[in-house]
Design a protein around this ligand. Structure first.
Ligand code: FEO
Length: 394
């Protein structure tokens, strides 16, 4: 696909990566992604906003050739991560006159990561402007969407916010603008869940910072452009709020069926009490789906058997992930079985220290669960219901 005109004098010149299935060797990308770069031709100067992943460098170069771009004056770098910055050295080689415009923190990271020399940079402060002649770029620091240096650019005359990862979606699509809202919502939520969720507080500040700008379009660095920005604003406001939903996330692993029997019983007991349950078999689940469920749920219950005197490694991974993602869950617990002992409860509880969640009494069972164990699970379901009612979730 060639370059695509966003609006007169603005082109999307990035690349769509239909085949990528893993990001950072960690994050599943079931729908691929895109690395969006935008070209703005002012009456006097031309600016390229971000580049692409180095694997797609030739596509970016080809798109610029298509547009007969002879001179690039500025390469605005919103974020040092290589999926957006990785082709800057190539652009500087092809356009030695270009300056990299970014903030001091991003500059320092680009020098470390890409070995770009000091003389190639022009640094900008928060809210500083840069004129392209008839177009004005205003730079807004919007950090922690998931790195500390990230900024956005507001194109004043056209009321477009170029937001980098913020408001982005890992979605490969030919649609330049959001067309299938449900699909984009899922991809944007997945992206938020996987990398931005730990930074709810700074993201709230970023939303506050841009709330008075007149924004007609949001052009992120992944996924389609939002020409109805309220759609993605509403989604973000919901995700970063403190409001939780009447849901229990139940990641589990079971070796011989005892823990699974407990999971099934607890899930049924919670469902009977009107609580939505999202179960994830940790040996097979897409961790992105688990992360998305953690965005909203009031309660997390991890279920694990005992192996090698501790939790099953798959449950340790889930606990590590939940702790790192710092979801807004208000309650947490643990269920599982053991053969002759172990330290599973202490191990998992100790791993959830980042969660500002009240720990509810775990239910740990010796061997296959018996009637009294099922009654303990019913009591846990009652306790979760009581806590959710106190939060006015049901
Ligand atoms: Fe899309 Fe944080 O890079």
């Amino acid at each position: 696909m060639g370059s695509r005109e966003l609006k007169s004098k603005f082109h999307s010149v990035g690349a769509i990566d239909w085949d990528r299935r893993l990001f950072d060797e960690l994050i599943p990308l079931p729908d691929g992604t895109s690395y969006n770069a935008y070209l703005i031709k002012g009456s006097e100067k031309t600016a390229l906003l971000d580049t692409v992943d180095p694997t797609k460098e030739e596509e970016l170069v080809a798109h610029l050739k298509e547009l007969d771009i002879e001179r690039i004056d500025y390469v605005v770098s919103h974020h040092a991560e290589q999926d957006h910055s990785g082709a800057i050295p190539r652009i500087l080689k092809d356009h030695p006159e270009a300056k990299v415009v970014t903030n001091p923190k991003c500059k320092s990271m680009l020098m470390d990561l890409l070995h770009i020399s000091d003389d190639k940079f022009t640094t900008v402060d928060d809210r500083e402007t840069l004129s392209l002649g008839d177009k004005t770029l205003e730079f807004l620091y919007t950090p922690w969407v998931h790195w500390p240096e990230t900024m956005s650019t507001y194109l004043r005359e056209d009321k477009i916010l170029f937001s980098c990862d913020f408001f982005g979606a890992h979605l490969a699509t030919n649609d330049l603008f959001v067309k299938d809202k449900a699909l984009v919502y899922e991809s944007a939520k997945r992206y938020y869940a996987e990398i931005m969720m730990p930074f709810r507080a700074p993201i709230r500040k970023n939303l506050e910072k841009i709330k008075d700008l007149k924004i007609e379009m949001i052009a992120p660095s992944h996924g389609p452009v939002h020409d109805e920005p309220e759609f993605i604003f509403d989604a973000y406001r919901d995700w970063v709020s403190d409001q939780v939903k009447n849901e229990v996330v139940l990641p589990y692993v079971s070796m011989h069926g005892s823990t699974k029997r407990m999971v099934d019983h607890l899930a049924e007991a919670l469902t009977e009490r009107g609580i939505e349950v999202k179960q994830f078999n940790l040996t097979a689940t897409d961790i992105g789906e688990l992360a998305m469920a953690l965005v909203d749920a009031a309660t997390v219950v991890i279920a694990s058997p005992t192996v090698l005197v501790g939790s099953h490694p798959a449950a340790v991974y889930a606990a590590y992930l939940a702790n790192a993602l710092r979801p807004k869950a208000k309650f947490a617990s643990l269920i599982g079985s053991y053969g002759w002992g172990g330290k599973m409860a202490d191990q998992i509880t100790g791993m959830l220290s980042n969660l500002k969640a009240e720990m509810l009494q775990p239910v740990l069972v010796k061997g296959h669960p018996k009637d009294e164990d099922f009654r303990s699970l019913d009591r846990l379901a009652d306790e979760i219901l009581r806590k959710h009612k106190e939060q006015k979730l049901c």
